[in-house]
Design a binder for this molecule. Structure first.
Ligand SMILES: Cc1cc2nc3c(=O)[nH]c(=O)nc-3n(C[C@H](O)[C@H](O)[C@H](O)COP(=O)(O)OP(=O)(O)OC[C@H]3O[C@@H](n4cnc5c(N)ncnc54)[C@H](O)[C@@H]3O)c2cc1C
Length: 497
């Protein structure tokens, strides 16, 4: 009976054109946390040691630090790279430990400041405490550096001059985009010079026939989305941090997001890059050809390299045309097995129009409803173990709607779905997306959180969540959500303190 009621509700609520459902940006600008306190958890530093690189002396003074996931051991693993470099990894399991600063790197002095002011002007050299405090602190307010200097270049040439100088002076640097990364890679570990490319935010060209956009690395993702919207195109990636994150940061983290299931990863859609190496050399890989079989495709090394190979300054990216019919369903499933079967069925039955398949579990849903203002449970009649968002994007509204409704009806009749609702308009669709995209913000408001971003075969994905719940018991709230269609789980261990 409940199944029939849900089916009736789904079919009775007409889905309208939701094309612009998330351009209502007031919900989606990323918000900085007001939590305070600094912890150094799961720290990994990668350092290039000058002593180890006799043949490559000229490019080693820029140290790129990145924090990543801990592998649970306290270890120091020198790894010879076979080219004169030795990369030193330290994995620290203790929450209290921090790596020691490498004193072969210099501290900035007044001559350095004068030089940077000469090439960037006063505005490009940031020393104000308040601005530095923001730049030194990550989005989660979990990692904090102590940089005394942030540089804001306006061109590739300026980035090159900065890096060449830092290299010659043995000053460590850290590239920074929108500072929305969740693993602390965008903030200094110590007093590295922050190179923030937010002033490099020009769109350089857009070819309407091929859909190829060329822009500077500091363009904010949401601005690119708006620009393309006016041109009748969309970005091939979309994520909750779009109001702040930059395309250079997206490329450097190989960001996935909500559209990966449809448009694939950035390794597919990024056609070219320009990047500046640590010694100031500009690498021009800014191709705009969809098929380019000439030579090595070095840009792939930079996609996902977290700034460890250089600073990305320009990006060329293939953008898909905006399609006129978008539908969004908010659905309930009682077990994880059912979610997987639903995914398989969605791929089979919705085929080319499936554009997102996202999930959150009951803990994530509870957290969002508790901590984010103005959100309502779209399925208030009862609680469910899993919630799924399915989005379709196509070109023929009647065809797409018919396909989606038939799929949902069948899924309800077969018992895969226990409840569901189709968004009736843009506002409702925005509210549904707000639930899914608001989980990181709700987690921050709930207290301290350990975040894990895991790619796993979908059939094994939720075992990990159950295992963690079993191990932690009532000590912490284990919250899971993510991109089920991509096998990407966001596992979060949340505690009030
Ligand atoms: C609410 C929220 C939702 C999110 N959702 C997703 C999601 O769905 N999928 C996903 O993959 N991530 C997600 N993220 C994580 C984050 O937003 C992405 O990783 C984003 O791509 C980071 O971009 P950024 O400009 O903020 O980079 P930053 O955080 O500034 O930097 C990230 C890393 O890239 C390096 N970097 C930045 N710019 C450059 C550059 N120009 N050249 C070289 N290196 C550079 C930095 O050194 C650092 O290592 C989310 C984050 C938040 C807060």
């Amino acid at each position: 009976m409940e199944n029939c009621r849900a089916a009736y509700r789904l079919l009775n609520r007409s889905s309208r054109n939701l094309l612009d459902r998330r351009t209502n940006s007031k919900f989606f600008n990323s918000v900085r946390s007001s939590n305070s306190g600094v912890t150094y958890n799961f720290t990994q530093t990668s350092e290039l040691f000058k002593d180890d690189v006799p043949y490559h002396k000229e490019i080693v003074s820029t140290r790129i630090c990145s924090r990543g996931y801990d592998n649970g051991i306290l270890a120091s693993l020198p790894r010879n790279q076979g080219n004169g470099f030795r990369i030193h990894f330290r994995n620290l399991a203790s929450t209290a430990s921090t790596p020691a600063r490498n004193h072969s790197f210099c501290m900035i002095n007044s001559d350095d400041i004068s030089y940077f002011k000469k090439i960037l002007g006063e505005k490009g050299v940031v020393q104000e405490e308040e601005k530095l405090d923001d730049a030194n602190t990550d989005w989660m307010r979990k990692y904090k550096g102590s940089s005394k200097l942030m540089l804001q270049p306006k061109s590739t040439q300026e980035v090159s001059q900065i890096l060449e100088y830092c290299n010659s002076r043995c000053l460590a640097v850290v590239p920074q985009g929108g500072n929305t990364g969740l693993v602390g890679g965008s903030v200094p570990v110590f007093d590295e010079v922050i190179i923030n490319v937010s002033s490099m935010n020009n769109i350089l060209s857009f070819d309407k026939v091929s859909g190829i956009l060329v822009c500077e690395a500091g363009c904010i993702l949401e601005n690119l989305i708006s620009f393309l919207d006016n041109e009748g195109f969309i970005m091939p990636l979309d994520l909750g941090a779009k109001g702040s994150c930059q395309i250079g940061g997206n490329v450097s983290t190989n960001a996935g997001g909500l559209r990966l299931i449809r448009y694939g990863s950035l390794h597919g859609s990024v056609l070219g890059l320009e990047a500046v190496l640590a010694n100031g050399t500009v690498l021009d890989m800014l191709g705009t050809l969809r098929k380019d079989n000439t030579g090595y495709d070095l840009k792939h090394l930079f996609i996902g390299s977290e700034g460890s190979l250089g600073v990305v300054t320009k990006v060329s990216i293939l953008t898909p045309p905006k399609l006129s019919s978008v539908n969004l369903a908010f659905l309930a499933c009682e077990d994880y097995n059912g979610c997987q079967k639903l995914l398989l069925e969605a791929k089979r039955k919705l085929g080319e129009i499936l554009s997102a398949f996202e999930f959150l579990d009951i803990s994530a849903m509870d957290l969002v409803l508790k901590h984010l203002d103005g959100l309502r449970d779209p399925l208030p009649s009862s609680k469910h173990n899993f919630y799924i968002l399915i989005e379709t994007t196509g070109s023929t509204e009647s065809h797409d709607k018919e396909k989606l409704e038939a799929f949902l009806l069948q899924s309800i009749e077969s018992g895969l779905l226990t409840d569901g609702v189709l968004a009736q308009d843009i506002n409702q669709a925005s509210a549904f997306w707000r639930i899914r995209e608001g989980v990181p913000e709700a987690l921050m408001k709930a207290g301290a959180v350990y975040k894990y971003d895991l790619s796993l075969p979908p059939e094994k994905m939720y075992d990990l969540v159950l295992e963690m719940r079993g191990r932690l018991g009532s000590v912490a709230n284990v919250v899971a959500y993510g991109h089920l269609g991509d096998g990407n789980l966001h596992l979060n261990i949340s505690t009030p303190q």
